[in-house]
Design a protein around this ligand. Sequence first.
Ligand code: NAP
Ligand code: F7E
Length: 349
Amino acid sequence: MTKKIALITGITGQDGAYLARLLLKKNYIVHGIIRKSSSFNTGRINDIYQEPFIKKKSLFLHYGDLTSFASINSVISEIKPHEVYNLAAQSHVMVSFKNPEYTSDVNALGTLRILESIRQNKLEKKTKFYQASTSELFGNPKFKSQSEKTPFYTRSPYGTSKLFSYWITKNYRESYGIFAANGILFNHESPLRGETFVTKKISKGLSNIYLKKQKILYIGNLDSMRDWGHAKDYVYAQWLILQQKKPLDLVISTGRKYSVRDFIERCCKYLGWRIFWNGKGVNEYGYLILKNKKIKIIQVSAKYFRPNELNSLKGDSSLAKRKLKFKLKYNIDKLIEEMMSYDLKNKKS
Ligand code: NAP
Ligand code: F7E
C-alpha cells in the first residue's frame, strides 16, 4: 500500500511537533516547512529528526516561509501531498498588537498562498487542507459557551487575521471543491508550549521559584478565563477532521474554563504550596508563608495587559464529539501534572 503524504506548516511549533509524531506513528511520509533561523528552532522535533541520507526516510524538512508563495509552491508542487495541515502562524495575541502587519501577512495571506498553490497545481481533488482556526474568532461572546453557531467578533489583529483564513478556507471549499476544513480550537497547552504563553510561563516560573532559580513571576490579567486542553488530544482531533467523508468546521474544546489565578493555585498545589493574594489590579501580588515568613512570588504587571482582552471563553464541542467520536484523555490537573513535572525535571515529554 502506498503511504499517505502529509505536509505540516509550523512543524517546529507545539502542535506541529505532536502532529508529526502522530502521523509518523500512523505510517505517513511527513514533510515539514521550517524557517531559516540563526539559532536552532527544531528543538521540539529533535527526537524524530532523521539524517538526510538514511534509507526509508519518512520525515523531510524544507526551508520555507508562509510570507513567500514561491517557497510554499515549490514544496507543494514537488511532493503533491494528500493532506496539508496549516499550523504555521504568528500565534501570540499580544505580539499581534505590536506587529499587526506581519501577523496578517503570515496568518491571513499565508493561508491563501497555500490554498492557491493547491489550486494552481490542480490538486483540488487530491489534497485535503486543515486550517488552524481559533476560539479567538469569538471575541467576548454573549453566550456562556461557544459552538460552531456562535457569531464571530474578533478583538485582536491575531483574531482578525485568523478570521480571514477561516473564510478563505470555506471559500476555496465552496468555489473549487477542495476538502478544506477549519478546526476551531480552544487553548491547548503541553510541556512543549511556547514559553511566553500564560500556562507555560506559570509552570516554568513556579518551577524555577521552587528550584530557587527565580524569585518573582510577573503576570498580567489574573481573572481572565480560558478553556485549556492538551495539545496531544487536540492534534488527534486535527487528524480526525481530515479523515471525515465531508469537510466540516468543528469546535474542539474541553467545555470547562478556569481563570489564570486558578491555574496558578493548581500549580502551587502540585508543589505542596498554598498561595495567598493581596491587593488589587496592578498592585495585586501572591505570596507564600514559609517558616512564618511572607514570601512574595507573584506580582501583577501592566506590561502584560492587552489593549483589548477576551475575558472568558468556554467551548461547546458537542458536534465534534458526535462527528469525530472523539474523547479527551486529559483534564486540567493531568495537564498541569505533566507540565510541572517536565519543568521541574526539564526532561522531554
Ligand atoms: P506555535 O507553537 O507558536 O507554532 C507556530 C509555528 O509556526 C512554528 O513552527 C513557527 O516557526 C511557525 N511559523 C511562524 N511564522 C512562520 C512563517 N512566517 N512561515 C512559516 N512558519 C512560521 O503555535 P501552536 O501553539 O503550535 O499552534 C499551532 C497553530 O494553531 C497556530 O496557527 C495557532 O495560531 C493555532 N492555534 C493555536 C491554539 C493553541 O492554544 N495552541 C489554539 C487555536 C489555534 P518557528 O518555530 O520558527 O517560530
Ligand atoms: O493568554 C492572560 C492573557 O497568551 C491567555 C494562543 O495559542 O490561545 C492562545 O491565545 C490569557 C489571556 O493565550 C499573562 O491576557 C495573564 O487572557 O496564554 P495566552 P491566548 O491569548 O488565549 C488561542 C486560542 C490562540 O489561538 C492563540 O494562538 O492569559 N495572561 N497574564 C497572560 N498571557 C500571557 N501570554 N502572559 C502573561 O503574563
